[in-house]
Design a protein around this ligand. Structure first.
Ligand code: ATP
Ligand code: MG
Length: 392
């Protein structure tokens, strides 16, 4: 019955006309790419402030789970469309309503009709349509409708809300699925995300995607197990940004050298700081190569030694790109909630991998001059770190 999906977007709706067009095109493209990834054919067109996706109805369930993850979509509904004609709307409404009643399988059902004139090109007001269609439905159930079902109108908390949107045609539905909201990925340029196998950075990546950033994910490989987890996380994140790339850079040798060199001179307490500074240097280089306009990490104030307010400053000093830390104001439980919701939590926690280089007593209030000096000391001894080619 439902082979069309009416897609509503939020913030794009309030932009100027030109910007809105551009955003609509980007959103359409993202939807197409996401469907293609799951080998689903779909046709998509722009309506007035809505998109309409046409798919084979056997794919509907999969399409719902795809659309739920595409930033920029606020909500969507599988719909049946008909002409802007009251009789046709009535017929379609009854058909859609009956189907939902049968699905519910109850003796008593409460309902309401909720009409929205997205385009004000229909002679009746929304309230008039609600009243008219509502009455017709009631009458139908009292008369020839399916036996022994009692219908009641409930405007506050009904079991079925029959939605009607009046646009170029009428779109009738009973279900509204929520999307992630935000802005379409790539409407705001790209960021380079430092992606680890932990809980935080996948959430940070998601939050940047949600704000319309395309992503280049850079993983600095320390172990095979870590990389395996990151590859799984990447598959989940691609549902949100189908244009996302994963770059992997072999970091184990560098990290080992940092730890050993600092230990030799009795400065192993600075290992994490120097490690993170070098990570950002590598990230900066790849941001440049891939046309990104910022770097993103999963840092969060006070979570671990390298993330004290002071150390965040000491680590980012000397980096010319803005470093975005979208988790900065969240509590761990809030981060965990998002990780669960987006589907990365179970992968991140599947096997806890501890970094072999973390010293026993890491510095919590690093000194910026000293950090810079130690970094130079290390880099002089390990040579050109960027001559390492990415593994993929
Ligand atoms: P996460 O849960 O994201 O691993 P964390 O709380 O474990 O974060 P750290 O391990 O100190 O904290 O990492 C801080 C940030 O540095 C990460 O969120 C990530 O952005 C980046 N990072 C850490 N390790 C790596 C890595 N191996 N490759 C790429 N980025 C990394
Ligand atoms: Mg980590």
């Amino acid at each position: 019955m439902f082979n069309k999906v009416l897609i509503r977007y939020g913030e794009i709706g309030i932009k100027s006309r030109g910007t809105r067009r551009r955003f609509e095109e980007i959103l359409k493209n993202n939807i197409k790419l996401a469907l293609k990834r799951y080998e689903i054919e779909g046709n998509i067109r722009t309506l007035h402030r809505r998109l309409l996706l046409e798919v084979d109805d056997s794919n509907l369930e999969r399409v719902v789970s795809i659309l739920e993850k595409i930033p920029g979509i606020v909500s969507f509904s599988p719909v049946v469309e008909c002409n802007l004609d009251l009789e046709e709307i009535e017929r379609t409404a009854l058909e859609v309503f009956l189907r939902r009643v049968r699905e519910l399988g109850r003796d008593t059902v409460t309902f309401r009709v909720k009409t929205q004139r997205v385009k004000k090109n229909f002679p009746l007001t929304s309230v008039e349509v609600n009243r008219y269609i509502g009455e017709r439905i009631l009458k139908y159930f009292q008369g020839a409708g399916p036996g022994n079902i009692t219908l009641k109108v409930d405007l506050k908390n009904p079991e079925i809300t029959l939605g009607i949107e009046i646009i170029d045609r009428a779109y009738v539905f009973t279900e509204v699925f929520r999307g992630v909201g935000g802005l379409p990925v790539n409407s705001q340029g790209k960021v380079l995300v430092l992606l680890s196998d932990g809980i935080d950075s996948p959430v940070a990546a998601f939050l940047m995607m949600k704000r319309g950033c395309g992503t280049v994910l850079l993983h600095l490989k320390i172990s095979e197990e870590g990389l395996e987890k990151v590859e799984k996380i990447y598959q989940v994140l691609r549902d949100y940004d189908p244009t996302s790339k994963l770059l992997v850079f072999d970091y184990r040798g560098i990290l080992k050298a940092i730890r050993e060199l600092l230990e030799e001179i009795g400065e192993e307490r600075y290992t994490c700081i120097v490690c993170k500074r070098i990570m950002l240097k590598i990230a900066q280089e790849y941001a440049k190569r891939f046309g990104c306009e910022g770097i993103t990490t999963g840092d969060n104030i006070g979570q671990v030694a390298s993330q004290t307010l002071r150390n965040i400053y000491v680590i980012s000093e000397g980096i010319s790109y803005p470093v975005f830390r979208p988790l900065i104001g969240l509590d761990k439980v809030e981060i965990v909630d998002i990780a669960k919701r987006i589907g990365t939590y179970n992968i991140s926690t599947s096997k806890e991998l501890r970094c072999f280089a973390v010293p026993r007593y890491p510095v919590t209030r690093g000194d910026v001059e000293k950090a810079r000096e130690l970094e130079r000391y290390v880099l002089e001894r390990i040579g050109d770190i960027l001559s390492n080619k990415p593994l993929k």
